[in-house]
Design a protein around this ligand. Sequence first.
Ligand code: ADP
Length: 453
Amino acid sequence: MKAFLKETLMRGLNFVRDNPQVIYTFFLVVAIPLAFFFTGEQFLKVARENQDKLERNRIGILEETFALFAGEYMDDAPSLNARIASLVKENETIKTFQVLGLSDGEAYPIIASMVDEEVGATVTPDKLSMFLFGSVMGSPRETFATSYFIDGERYWRGIRAITASSSPQTVGYIVVDLSMAQADAIARKNIRNAYAVLALIIVLIIILLVRHARIIDYATLYRRLKEVDQMKDDFVSMAAHELRTPLTIIRGYADILKGMADIPPAHRENIKRIETSAHDLAGLVDDILDVARIQEGRLSFTVAPVQTKELISSVIESLVRTAQEKGLVLRTELAETLPVLNTDEKRMRQVLINIVGNSIKYTEKGEVAVRAFTEGNNLVIRVSDTGIGISAEDQKKLFQKFYRVKSKETEDIRGTGLGLWITLQIIQQMKGTINVESIKGKGTDFIVTLPIS
Ligand code: ADP
């Protein structure tokens, strides 16, 4: 039994953990309305207590003033009756107003009353009156009042002693009953209305929840998608890592083969193909690992003084052969002195290789020119080509992850669409900017601006 309870509890907890929307629903449909209800009840309780205090005072003042008058006119029943009649006229909640004489031990004579026929008769006190008479006899200068119910209607009864004007002797009593029916009816109506509004709100919430259950589904779906996306990222970066070792081995053996003397020329061509493919694959692996590092915010930056002129020259040198192989001119126009930047040399090289490499890759004939100069507090590097160009529409999406322009000119050019995204992330980390100016069919300029300090 205990194990069963524990298991049910655990299953319930797991369900709530996997479906947090249950908690929101519970709050909206149960907790918030209950909170409203309890706060309302609390408020009503305080209001009732205050109203009771008010009624007690009201009956006290009414009887006290009347007792002062009655003390002098105890023998003048018509005056007492007239006074009672005028009071009753002003206050329609008064249901009983009697002036009683002293009891003969059992009954009290009615000396004056709002009901004429009662005058001269006697009244035997009921339980409630007996209790109040008891209290009044103990303290004849106070009014004692209590509430009671008849047929669900609330009443207040107050009894006070009348003392003679000349002596503290009790000469009679005032008995007043006030009906709370009117006040209670208004309060009941208000409470009913408040509960009706609360019920309406709950119904509306339920309707909204049912209608928008899809939003909750989407939230769950979104969470699952994010999990799957994370799993995919983890898998891709793990696979990229694992590819590195076999790639190094392939490239190593291709290198050994290339160095062998007795390789027929046809096979030499094949070895070159192996080398190029392995080189491309290594580039892709590096890009994927960089993407993973950037997304996890752990792209390493080793900051040190970098001689930018030397760096740009060495990047150009490393790409000259690629450009020549395509019949392109790779030109540099570097200012005489270029600043020393405090940055990560490896990352800056990566940025330049990517941009200049792209210019070579996407230019069929003409030239690629790299200009560098200082402008204000910035180093500006402008890479211009006479290549295929990029339309204004494509320029807007160029720096998105995996974005590649799809056109006749690019269909045979291999790439992943990751290079410019990575480049932008690196430049942003360096607090720099990258812009593109291009005319389709004419050529493209990439302008990198890096702050000097
Ligand atoms: P890819 O691996 O496809 O080269 P990049 O992120 O480096 O990825 O570039 C994204 C796209 O931008 C490319 O696919 C290409 O269409 C376009 N592109 C980049 N540089 C140039 C350029 N110099 N001239 C024309 N198009 C370019």
